[in-house]
Design a protein around this ligand. Structure first.
Ligand code: ATP
Ligand code: MG
Length: 423
């Protein structure tokens, strides 16, 4: 019989991993809420033209990575490859783009790329969008938020940052770059050649080692940046220094999406993985204008959750729930055990309580509790159910005591709630 498998590049996240996933998401959500960001949920499918118009047709995403299909009426839809365009579309559609909006989103995104470590066809992003503020202080705020996320997770990715100026600066620079790459045409592969006229900035983004020297000596965008853009960038760098946020200027960092301008940045994990960008973002003051003809300054970043998880996988991640396992000696006491479980769950939402359905001897049940990493084992035998009580065994210390149901809150109290996740 045919055995079905998940689609190539799309994978299952099983309970062992989903717990860490959820913990990580919760940390990102909590911090973003603290900074005043609110959740937005947009559909997976959008009009294909939304992405063509915003991300741009010369980009890898639009050229070859989107899952696009037509319905019976021949309308073309695409599964979202990123989140920013959808957020802008939603704000415009609901007439919310005149005011300041601070949004976060979380969910699956889809790109038809060659699957490999850190690169999937369905992956997850957590993104931040800060809409409506033109000043450099907004850039500092989102970078500070990213940094506080890394701090909470106990990691120190490297911040690379650059400015790609405004649209006119870019037009000037693009011309110079086209001339430059045309001189080295014979060293470029077909794909890179096709980008010379279409989107030469994207060649700077290339990871092809043969191009390292050519890219290294290419004209730098910083020599074509307007006074205003430069000032924005200098103020931003200054502010980062004042906040003790470390960064590296990277003249070759351009981020090929069409909607970016001025600030662009990436955070890299300090490994040799070729997929080591865990977070990327920047300003996109031009995006709204291209979708609704109104100028709305905006900026944001997106974190690739699979890559971030891979990065933090060696760090001890403590669960923040306390696990109780209820060992029941006789089937007739199962409902009694379920009642106790409910009493414990009501004490704190951080308490997770499992009831045994295996009425073998105590030793086997304690082993099971251990396997589930239970913090406490509640033991219920004939005596206990008769006396409205139970035995509470601390799985760490091995200490055990009898608890009367009336005293349950006194014994199992808030002290059992564990501290923070990643510390
Ligand atoms: P890359 O240079 O790795 O192709 P990108 O520039 O295409 O990244 P963005 O569009 O900026 O990536 O997306 C933000 C983040 O989402 C990336 O930094 C990365 O962590 C993650 N990401 C992007 N594409 C994938 C993918 N196919 N699989 C897993 N994570 C991804
Ligand atoms: Mg990519």
């Amino acid at each position: 019989m045919k055995k079905f498998q998940s689609v190539r590049g799309m994978r299952d996240i099983l309970p062992k991993e989903s717990k860490t996933f959820r913990l990580l998401e919760q940390t990102l959500i909590n911090l973003s809420n603290q900074y005043g960001y609110e959740e937005i949920r947009t559909p997976i499918l959008e009009d294909t033209n939304l992405f063509i118009k915003s991300i741009g047709d010369g980009t890898d995403i639009v050229e070859k990575e989107m899952y696009t299909f037509k319905n019976l009426k021949e309308n073309s839809f695409s599964m979202r490859p990123e989140g920013t365009a959808s957020c802008a579309r939603a704000l415009i559609e609901h007439g919310l783009h005149d005011s300041i909006n601070k949004l976060w989103y979380l969910g699956p995104f889809f790109r038809h790329e060659r699957p490999q470590k850190g690169r999937y066809r369905q992956f997850h992003q957590f993104g931040i969008e800060f809409i409506g503020v033109e000043n450099f202080e907004a850039d500092i705020e989102i970078i500070s938020l990213a940094n506080s996320i890394w701090q909470k997770l106990n990691i120190k990715p490297i911040l690379k940052i650059n400015t790609i100026g405004d649209i006119d600066d870019r037009k000037k620079y693009t011309k110079i770059l086209i001339d430059y790459f045309n001189k080295y045409k014979n060293k470029l592969n077909d794909n890179e050649k096709s980008k010379i006229d279409l989107n030469p900035l994207r060649i700077l983004d290339s990871k092809n080692p043969n191009l390292k020297d050519i890219i290294g000596s290419a004209p730098k965008i910083k020599d074509y940046i307007s006074k205003e853009s430069n000032e924005h960038f200098e103020n931003l760098l200054n502010g980062l220094e004042r906040k003790n946020i470390l960064y590296q200027r990277d003249d070759n960092l351009v981020r090929g999406l069409d909607y970016y301008n001025r600030t662009v940045f990436e955070y890299l994990d300090n490994s040799d993985n070729s997929q080591n960008t865990i977070c990327a973002g920047g300003r996109y003051d031009l995006l709204f204008e291209s979708l609704c003809e109104k100028k709305v300054p905006a900026l944001g970043f997106a974190i690739g959750l699979e890559r971030l998880l891979d990065y933090i996988k060696d760090k001890p991640i403590q669960k923040n729930s306390v696990v109780f396992y209820i060992a029941v000696m006789n089937q007739t006491d199962n409902l009694y055990a379920q009642n106790i479980a409910e009493l414990i769950r009501k004490i704190s939402e951080n308490f997770s309580v499992l009831v045994s359905y295996n009425y073998t001897n105590l030793k086997v049940q304690l082993k099971k509790a251990d396997k589930l990493s239970a913090d406490y084992c509640v033991i219920i035998g004939e005596e206990e159910s008769k006396n409205n009580s139970f035995q509470l065994k601390n799985m760490n210390s091995g200490q055990q005591e009898m608890v009367l149901n009336n005293n349950i809150e006194k014994y199992i109290n808030v002290k059992c709630i564990k501290g923070n996740n990643y510390e």
